[in-house]
Design a protein around this ligand. Structure first.
Ligand SMILES: [Zn+2]
Length: 78
C-alpha cells in the first residue's frame, strides 16, 4: 500500500493518512469535512482525491450498507 503526491511524486506514508483521519475523528467529525489538504512532501495545496493511491480508493458523500442480510423478507402493510 502506498500513496504518492501527484505534484512531486513523493511518497506519502499511510501513517500521515491515518493521522489525518484520527485528527478529524478527535474533532468530532464522523466524516471528512473537506478533501482539501496540504501535501506533507512538498506543501502543495491539493485534495485527497487527487493523490495517487496504489489500491482502489474512492470518496463518497454517503454509504449504503446491509445491516441484517439474514433477516426474513419484508411483508407489505395493509
Ligand atoms: Zn509533493
Amino acid at each position: 500500500m502506498s500513496i504518492r503526491c501527484p505534484h512531486c511524486d513523493g511518497a506519502i506514508g499511510p501513517e500521515w493518512y491515518g493521522a489525518l483521519l484520527d485528527a478529524y475523528d478527535e474533532q468530532g467529525h464522523d466524516s471528512l469535512p473537506t478533501l482539501d489538504i496540504t501535501a506533507p512532501c512538498c506543501a502543495t495545496d491539493t485534495s485527497l482525491d487527487r493523490l495517487d493511491y496504489d489500491w482502489p480508493c474512492g470518496f463518497a458523500r454517503f454509504e449504503i450498507a446491509a445491516w441484517n442480510p439474514q433477516r426474513s423478507l419484508l411483508t407489505p402493510r395493509n
